[in-house]
Design a protein around this ligand. Structure first.
Ligand code: MN
Length: 331
């Protein structure tokens, strides 16, 4: 997938710089954290100074990747100077300034080189060097290929990190982005000692009881439209309070209605506050949906996308439903 020239260009930038800041999108997932830890491992092997600075805290189930608790959650007052002291920025698993928030502003205003490794759908040049391949299952898959081609021995914590990237972004090797190559990489990671059962357990089997309560409520209130091809549900602030949870506890929820027979598209509306709604779109594979997320200021992948809408729940739901009904042609 990646050309020899791209590998060379990126690696010569990495070897010729010394102070790196690595970052990723808000609300980081397994691919985001795994990609940061894997690249940090490589850069340290090169003897570089590496800082990982994110906009949001690492979710509990991915903290095992950051054993030394080195990831810094950005606070403008405390970390601006640190952030601005980098001589190279490495942006992982995101190519959208909005989802880089305050960190994105610092990077945009800086004149030092910037590299982005990502697999989200974009149609513009993002930074100086974009290594962006939509076909990749995960950012971790691109990093695996890069590290392999530069001859870095992938093992230990780097291997665990990359396995987590691939596992989580493919929905445990179930989604349409899972390819023979994905499995080849997973196979090589298992060969060097990654324990698949242990990582699955750490990522997926540490749910809280309250999260399960919330999931139950959400599943009980699924709405069906378009002859059952569209399923959608809502998570309100009131539900979060009742179940003593927050929007941080909803990982994996958006996929759930898609597993229902006949459902082609599922939507999850999460009320973040009175004037902000997160819309998560999932398709079974017959309808491409990222352009609808883009209409609402978001983006993502062909069959899994999302948007943050600055509006209330009441007004947002019908607007999004209308777009989806139009797509399925069941208005
Ligand atoms: Mn990803």
């Amino acid at each position: 997938m990646i050309s020899e020239q791209e590998i060379k260009n990126i690696n010569s930038l990495l070897t010729s710089h010394n102070k790196f800041v690595l970052t990723t999108h808000i609300n980081p997932d397994g691919d985001a954290i795994g990609s940061e830890m894997a690249m940090a491992g490589y850069l340290r092997h090169l003897g570089k100074e590496v800082m990982i600075i994110n906009n949001s805290a690492t979710p509990n189930n991915y903290q095992f990747l950051d054993k030394n608790e080195e990831i810094i959650v950005y606070d403008e007052e405390k970390h601006y100077d640190l952030m601005a002291s980098a001589d190279l920025y490495l942006i992982l698993d995101i190519s959208d300034w909005d989802r880089l928030r305050k960190i994105g502003k610092v990077i945009q205003n800086s004149s030092v080189p910037k590299i982005c490794i990502d697999h989200h759908h974009i149609n513009y040049q993002f930074v100086d060097i974009d290594l962006i391949y939509e076909q990749a299952s995960s950012t971790g898959e691109l990093i695996f290929e890069f590290l392999d081609k530069v001859g870095f021995p992938i093992q230990g914590s780097v291997a665990r990190s990359l396995y987590t990237c691939i596992l989580t972004d493919t929905g445990s090797f179930r989604f349409s982005n899972t390819t023979a190559k994905t499995h080849e990489m997973a196979s090589r990671l298992l060969e060097v000692g990654v324990n698949a059962r242990e990582i699955y357990n750490l990522v997926y089997e540490q749910n809280s009881r309250n999260k399960m309560l919330l999931m139950g409520e959400a599943l009980c209130a699924i709405n069906y439209e378009c002859n059952g091809q569209l399923a959608w549900f809502v998570l309100t602030q009131e539900m979060f309070q009742r179940c003593e949870t927050s929007h941080w506890d909803t990982e994996g929820f958006a996929e759930l209605p898609r597993s229902i027979d006949g459902v082609e598209i599922s939507l999850m509306f999460t009320e973040l506050d009175a004037a902000k709604v997160k819309v998560s779109l999932r398709s079974k594979g017959n309808f491409v949906i990222h352009h609808i997320a883009e209409k609402f200021g978001g983006g993502g992948h062909q069959f899994a996308a999302g948007a943050l809408v600055n509006n209330n729940l009441h007004d947002t739901i019908p607007l999004v439903l209308a777009e989806i009904k139009n797509l399925i042609s069941c208005c």
